[in-house]
Write a protein that binds this ligand. Structure first.
Ligand code: NAP
Length: 495
């Protein structure tokens, strides 16, 4: 593997990390795929191949499950305080290496450096938070209603976990699973997305340095995710699947897991409404819209996918949004000036273009952007559409790009009905100066998370997750995230 970018030449840490992507990380060892095949990693800003990682076979997959099994007893018996200290060390090392990790994320994912820095801080925080949770796992003890015995409930690690993550947050989606799983006492096999494997491998090296024992975290990359995952789920030693990705793949995996009765946590797609009421603080709503829409250039499950502005504020909001979106600097993620990086693939650009063309054909107006520039890289310009009708495909599908479709509404009840007119229910945003009204609306919107007068809700200390087709279970939060990796054991005892 040759990585020949200035970034790697200038930063010795980066070269060191990149070297680790020579191997699948199994049982604390770096090894090639058993048939020698590789997956090429492409820089979305230039379309250049920047690295190649091993393409795991079914034999490699079995080896990863074997390694996680070998390490399981030792890790579950490691005292919580010791586990906590190792997790804390992961947080510290990630924080110390934040710039290097951000540059790596930016390189393979394309996101602007400032977004990548934000991701590293968020990702590291899952280790700090779960280091604190690891020593707070407690059980229950009480008298049975009959008075004949005591009820003792002990929370135990669920067992070997398969973790599957998407490309849009290569660090945070992995640490949001690994940190609570390790805190709970589980060993894991991580399968990161094929587009962004380098961050996952760089972090694996960092965990090892922090003291995570061999086999506790294993990382495999594959171009054959269906059969590889099916093989892991069919292995009776595997007890948990935690998946973050699209609803379509989530449905397939739920069906596969059902065949083996495996516990599932599912963080799936979204279609977030962003609602601006007449009484909103306009500047605050615009600030929030830019974050909710443009963090990661729109490639976020929580991204504002449909923007609804009430009639009295609509025109000012649309014009303010147009000005801000048109002023964004588009460029390679690794350029410090960049505010909007490329999309992950050409396919993603084509999908966004299809959605924009469909909306325009149904009557939407393009206020800025909307045309793909010629040249290398998977770029799509920041785009604002107004008068987007409810039957536009983008009102029902994730855009996953820098396109803000705005529609006008009159009444509170009308916008709640529109917000809920989707199979998804992950995130929603409301802007109003009337907090009571905002809380009333929040209770009626079918969504796992609501941001009230904020453009961002992600926080390791809060339960992240969706309702409806956006998922099952929660990540982060007090008890929620770690509970996904534990099982209650009830002991009836007469004393
Ligand atoms: P995706 O296509 O569903 O892929 C996600 C992961 O699943 C990747 O590692 C992928 O591997 C793997 N995969 C694909 N097909 C599989 C199969 N048949 N069996 C097992 N694994 C399979 O999603 P994506 O395009 O990477 O990510 C974008 C989606 O993730 C969006 O829908 C977004 O909303 C969602 N997301 C949700 C959250 C949340 O917290 N709710 C957070 C971030 C993203 P390959 O890369 O090899 O295909």
């Amino acid at each position: 593997m040759n990585i020949s970018t200035d970034l790697f030449d200038q930063d010795p840490d980066m070269t060191e990390y990149a070297a680790f992507s020579h191997g699948l990380y199994i049982g604390g060892e770096w090894r090639p795929s058993s048939d020698g095949r590789v997956i090429e990693v492409v820089d979305p800003s230039t379309e250049a191949v920047i690295a190649a990682v091993p393409d795991a076979t079914l034999a490699d997959t079995t080896a990863a499950v074997e390694a996680a099994t070998q390490a399981a007893a030792g890790w579950r018996e490691t005292p919580p305080r010791k586990r906590s200290e190792i997790l804390r060390r992961c947080f510290e090392l990630m924080s110390e290496r934040a710039e290097t990790l951000a540059a790596l994320i930016s390189l393979e994912n394309g996101k602007a450096l400032r977004d990548a820095r934000g991701e590293v801080a968020y990702a590291a925080e899952f280790f700090r938070w779960n280091a604190e949770e690891a020593v707070r796992i407690s059980g229950e003890f009480g008298l049975a209603p009959s008075g004949t015995n005591r009820i003792v409930v002990d929370y135990q690690p669920i067992g070997i976990c398969v973790l599957i993550t998407p490309w849009n947050f290569p660090a945070a989606m992995a640490t949001r699973k690994i940190a609570p799983a390790l805190a709970a006492g589980c060993t894991v096999i991580l399968k990161p997305a094929s587009e962004t494997p380098l961050t996952a491998y760089a972090l694996a090296a960092l965990y090892e340095e922090a003291g995570v024992p061999p086999g506790v975290v294993n990382v495999i990359t594959t171009s054959n995710p269906g059969p590889v995952t099916a093989a892991m789920l069919a292995d009776p030693r595997v007890r948990k699947l935690s998946f973050t990705g699209s609803t379509g793949v989530g449905r397939v995996l739920l069906a596969e897991a059902a065949r083996h009765v495996i516990s599932c946590s599912m963080e799936l797609g979204g279609n977030a409404p962003f609602i601006v009421l007449d009484d909103a603080d306009l500047e605050a709503a615009l600030d929030g819209a830019m974050i909710a829409k443009m963090r990661n250039a729109g490639e976020a499950c929580t991204a504002a996918n449909r923007l609804y502005a009430q009639a009295g504020i609509h025109d000012a909001f649309v014009e303010g949004l147009r000005k801000r979106m048109a002023a964004l600097t588009v460029g390679p993620g690794t350029d410090t000036e960049t505010e909007c990086g490329p999309m992950i693939t050409r396919k993603a650009v084509d999908k966004i273009d299809r959605l924009v063309q469909d909306a325009v054909a149904r009557g939407a107006k393009i206020l800025c952007g909307g045309t793909i520039a010629e040249g290398r890289g998977f770029f799509y310009p920041p785009t604002v559409l107004s008068d987007v009708p409810a039957d536009a495909a983008m009102a029902h599908e994730e855009i996953f790009g820098p396109v803000a479709p705005v529609s006008r509404f009159e009444q509170e009840a009308e916008v709640i009905a529109k917000a809920n007119d989707t199979e998804y229910g992950l995130a929603a945003y409301i802007y109003t100066r009337d907090i009571a009204k905002g809380m009333r609306m929040a209770s009626k919107i079918e969504s796992g998370m609501i941001a009230l007068n904020r453009g961002l809700m992600s926080d390791p200390a809060a339960p992240f997750g969706g309702v409806k087709q956006s998922g099952l279970g929660r990540e982060g939060g007090q008890k929620h995230g770690i509970a996904e990796f534990m099982e209650a054991k009830y002991i009836a005892v007469t004393i």
